[in-house]
Write a protein that binds this ligand. Structure first.
Ligand code: SF4
Ligand code: SF4
Length: 306
C-alpha cells in the first residue's frame, strides 16, 4: 500500500468535479507546480499548517514553543508571528499549542473505512443526480494503490467513480486504477510542450501520451481545460485542444472549461506562498462563451466549471 497518503479535504455535495452531486476526496502531493493552482494546499506531499490571521491574538506562544526557531516574534515590519517555512520541520507543536486556533494542520491520514463511510452517506444524492465519488488532488495517481482501493470500494457499493488527474503519471499507475474508474477527468493545460514545461515544471509529452492510451482503452473521458489569463486564454489553444480531442476518438464524452478564479488567494496567504496571480481578476462564463461555441461546433458537449 502507498505510504503516507494525506487527504486535505473530503468535499461533500461537490458539483464541479464530474457529473451530478459528488463527494470529492483531495489527496496531497503533485509533481506539477502550476502557478495558478486552485488547491495550493495539495501541492506538497507532507503536512503543513495554515496561519489564520483572523484568529490570532498575537500572544507569542507559538514562537516560544517552536523548537526550530522557525517563528519570529520580535516583529519584522510589524508582521508577526513571522513564519520561516524553510526552518520549519513540521513537528506541529505550534499548531497543537496555539490557544486560539490560529494554526491549523493541512493534511491528515484517513482510513478506507472512514472515507467510504463519508462517501456512502450521500448515496441517495448520487442516485438522484447521476453523481458519485471523485478522487482528485494534488495528483491522485501518485498514490495508485490507495486510489484504486478507494475507487474499488465505491464501485463495490454501486457508486459511480471519477478519477480527476493531470495525467502526469507512469502508465502502470494508470493501469492500476482504470478498472475501478467509470469516468476520467483529464486536465489539458496547453498543447505546446516547451510552454507547458515553463509554466508547470514538467513537459506534457507523457500527459498527452497517457490521454491517448486511456482513449485507446475506450475509457470514458472528459477533457478539463483550465482557462488561465495570459497563459492559454486564446482561440488557438482551444482549436489545438479540439483537434487533439478529435484524434482521441469516441472516448471523449465532452470538454469542461474551467475559467480561472482567484478564490485560492487566501489559502496562498495562509500557507505563506507567494501567489503569482495576486490581484488577477476571475474569468466568468461570458469570457469563455466564444471558446464554448468553437468546441460545440466541433460536436463536443461543453460545461463551464466542470
Ligand atoms: S500562538 Fe496562536 S494566537 Fe498566539 S501568536 Fe501564535 S498563532 Fe497567534
Ligand atoms: S511546525 Fe514545529 S517547526 Fe514548524 S513552526 Fe511549528 S513548532 Fe516550529
Amino acid at each position: 500500500m502507498d505510504n503516507n497518503v494525506l487527504v486535505t479535504n473530503v468535499q461533500r455535495f461537490s458539483t464541479n468535479d464530474g457529473p451530478g452531486i459528488r463527494t470529492t476526496v483531495f489527496l496531497k502531493g503533485c509533481h506539477l507546480k502550476c502557478p495558478w493552482c486552485h488547491n495550493p494546499e495539495c501541492i506538497n506531499p507532507y503536512k503543513e499548517f495554515y496561519y489564520l490571521e483572523k484568529n490570532c491574538l498575537k500572544c507569542g506562544h507559538c514562537a516560544e514553543v517552536c523548537p526550530e526557531g522557525a517563528i519570529d516574534f520580535q516583529g519584522v515590519n510589524g508582521e508577526f508571528p513571522k513564519r520561516d517555512r524553510k526552518k520549519c520541520t513540521r513537528c506541529m507543536i505550534c499548531v497543537n499549542e496555539c490557544p486560539y486556533g490560529a494554526l491549523e494542520t493541512v493534511g491528515r491520514e484517513w482510513t478506507f473505512d472512514e472515507l467510504i463511510k463519508e462517501v456512502e452517506a450521500d448515496k441517495l444524492f448520487y442516485e438522484n443526480s447521476g453523481g458519485g465519488l471523485t478522487v482528485s488532488g494534488g495528483e491522485c495517481l501518485d498514490y495508485p494503490e490507495f486510489t484504486a482501493g478507494l475507487l474499488k470500494l465505491a464501485k463495490d457499493a454501486g457508486i459511480h467513480t471519477c478519477l480527476d488527474t493531470s495525467g502526469f503519471a507512469p502508465w502502470k499507475s494508470i493501469e492500476q486504477v482504470l478498472p475501478y474508474t467509470d469516468l476520467v477527468l483529464f486536465d489539458i493545460k496547453c498543447m505546446d510542450s516547451r510552454k507547458h514545461l515553463e509554466a508547470t515544471g514538467v513537459s506534457n509529452e507523457i500527459i498527452l501520451r497517457n490521454a491517448q492510451k486511456i482513449a485507446d482503452a475506450t475509457k470514458k473521458m472528459r477533457l478539463r481545460l483550465p482557462i488561465i489569463p495570459g497563459f492559454n486564454d486564446e482561440l488557438r489553444h482551444i482549436e489545438e485542444v479540439v483537434k487533439f480531442a478529435r484524434e482521441l476518438g469516441p472516448a471523449v464524452e465532452g470538454i469542461d472549461l474551467l475559467p480561472f478564479h482567484n478564490w485560492a488567494e487566501g489559502k496562498y496567504k495562509q500557507l505563506d506562498i507567494v501567489y503569482a496571480f495576486a490581484g488577477v481578476g476571475a474569468l466568468f462564463p461570458e469570457h469563455v462563451a466564444e471558446f464554448q461555441k468553437i468546441i460545440e461546433n466541433n460536436g463536443f458537449e461543453v460545461t463551464i466549471g466542470g
